[in-house]
Design a protein around this ligand. Structure first.
Ligand SMILES: C[S@@+](CC[C@H](N)C(=O)[O-])C[C@H]1O[C@@H](n2cnc3c(N)ncnc32)[C@H](O)[C@@H]1O
Length: 224
């Protein structure tokens, strides 16, 4: 006769709850298929450093989600923007005051000259700091969750100049080890279909950190 094993029972229960939660998260993420026109002009790049080399220099741009400024540093070195806006709350246990101070010290010279401007705000609150069509490109890198990414894409679209780019990090399903689902792919595809944007660059890093870049599909020229 088999004995009841409470530890095994608890472990099975925990696995069942986890699986249920994962299915709920999955069900809440819409899957909108792209059409051919959304990928017709898309180029693959090795990594996001290569992406930075494709972006225009002397541009006005923004990094939304900064952490301790490692990618900020790369942007400044490679893309050499005329102005780079940094948007971040630095308001969580992981991304905290210490990181904010690191960024302020690291880019003290650029802050002093006005090349770098900090907006210590939620991404969706910072949108109103910017004029419409003021950015050549932006790079989104906050939570990578479907809902926030979808809102950020919609909110920042009006701030991009004609022909400008909306880029972002973590264009992947998520972090397998931590069982953490991202929603960037789905938010980007949905936005391309509903708002008429196309993929221009995708990067091919071997782990979960791929980047995307999209722009408005040019309106067809009408014959007069
Ligand atoms: C993954 S880190 C950014 C990494 C950085 N872009 C890099 O490549 O080095 C995410 C950052 O987004 C910020 N963040 C998360 N949610 C945010 C929100 N809703 N608005 C503004 N910043 C946010 C966090 O404080 C954190 O610093």
């Amino acid at each position: 006769m088999s004995m009841f094993d409470p530890a095994a029972f608890l472990s099975t229960l925990k696995s069942a709850v986890n699986a249920f939660q994962l299915r709920q998260v999955e069900a809440a993420i819409p899957k909108v298929p792209l059409r051919a026109e959304h990928v017709a002009n898309c180029r693959l790049l090795l990594n996001r450093q290569a992406l930075l080399h494709e972006l225009p220099t002397r541009s006005v741009c923004a990094e939304i989600g900064v952490d301790q400024g490692d990618f900020t540093d790369a942007i400044l070195r490679v893309a050499q923007p005329s102005q780079l806006h940094l948007v971040d709350t630095w308001g969580s246990r992981r991304y905290n005051e210490t990181k904010f101070e690191q960024v302020r010290n690291r880019f003290a010279r650029e802050l002093q000259s006005g090349t770098v401007v900090i907006h210590r705000k939620l991404s969706l609150e910072a949108v109103s700091d910017f004029e419409d069509a003021c950015f050549d490109w932006i790079y989104l890198d906050t939570t990578h969750a479907y809902e926030l990414t979808a809102q950020e894409l919609r909110a920042y679209a009006a701030k991009i100049k004609p022909g400008g780019l909306m880029c972002g990090h973590d264009y992947s399903m998520g972090n397998w080890i931590k069982a953490y689902r991202y929603g960037v792919i789905e938010a980007v595809h949905e936005f391309c279909v509903t708002d008429g944007w196309e993929l221009v660059y995708l990067t091919l890093e071997p782990i979960e950190c791929q980047s995307f870049s999209i722009r408005r599909i040019a309106a067809p020229v009408r014959a007069s």
